[in-house]
Design a protein around this ligand. Structure first.
Ligand code: FE
Ligand code: FE
Length: 279
């Protein structure tokens, strides 16, 4: 069984926060970058290996949702034990990150579906249970099948991606058409796209957008790829952007008390989801 390599995972999250912090100082950012070769190496692998064929193939492999039957709680616990095994020193478990995000939404009086979206948003990381390497689970996501935007972090690493040599995939629109809508666009494979499929039948559309695109920073933060979005995407991205602040900035608060909070989340989960989910 593979492990969720939280050493890089934690560094990556830190990196994302730094990168997208509007108040960050330029020199701090550069210092941080040189201090974390793990993040660079992570993106070197991610950008080299996430080809269109890989992403589409993984989607096809996972879409039948026939890998496992688990409740939300089983999935959370499994994810946590993976993290604990690989990195006993990590100060924040997956459950804690999910709870912190959700609790921040709750404190702000967000609707119940939004709080639940906060609680569930990273659950697609159970991909690690099925031995997916980290570069196929986490990291910023991007469309495959058209030219990579310069707004993607470390764009230079796409040089060694085999798709760089496929001319058809290197035009601005590639295999897509102007404003075709993101639902028609294949994204690099990871926990976002996967959780979207798991939750598709149960959660409101706004929450599904959050699951599917919360790591699509080149778009929701950097405003790239507008030419692939349609009007409906633009409307729904309001929620993706609203959500992002909770994902990034809820982490510094004190650790949530799992025991105290569990009954509230049990009820919330059962309001929207069946007791067993197909993964
Ligand atoms: Fe995530
Ligand atoms: Fe998250």
């Amino acid at each position: 069984m593979s492990h969720l390599h939280t050493d890089v995972g934690e560094q990556w999250e830190e990196f994302v926060r730094e990168r997208y912090d509007p108040n960050r100082k330029q020199e701090e950012f550069r210092n941080y970058e040189t201090a974390t070769p793990g993040v660079r190496e992570f993106y070197r692998l991610n950008h080299t290996l996430q080809t269109r064929d890989f992403a589409v193939g993984k989607k096809r492999e996972y879409m039948p949702l026939s890998k496992a039957k688990m409740s939300v709680w089983e999935a959370m616990e499994k994810l946590d034990s993976l993290v604990d095994e690989s990195d006993p020193d990590t100060d924040l478990s997956q459950i804690a990150h999910n709870l912190q995000t959700a609790e921040a939404c709750r404190r702000d009086g967000r609707p119940r579906w939004f709080i639940l979206a906060g609680f569930l948003h990273d659950l697609g990381k159970v991909l690690c249970l099925f031995d997916e390497p980290q570069w196929a689970v986490v990291g910023d996501t991007f469309p495959v099948g058209c030219a990579w935007s310069e707004k993607i972090v470390y764009p230079e690493f796409f040089r060694d991606n085999p798709d760089a040599k496929v001319q058809e995939l290197q035009t601005r629109l590639g295999v897509y058409s102007q404003n075709c809508g993101l639902d028609k666009v294949d994204m690099s494979w990871g926990h976002d796209e996967y959780l979207y499929h798991v939750m598709k039948a149960y959660m409101p559309e706004e929450a599904l957008y959050i699951f599917r695109y919360h790591s699509f920073y080149p778009c929701h933060r950097e405003n790239g790829y507008q030419y692939l979005m349609n009007e409906h995407d633009q409307k729904m991205f309001h929620w993706v952007k609203e959500f992002n602040q909770y994902d990034l900035y809820s982490k510094s608060h004190e650790k949530p008390d799992e025991k105290v909070l569990r009954p509230y989340y049990e009820e919330l989960v059962s309001e929207f989801l069946p007791s067993q989910l197909h993964w």
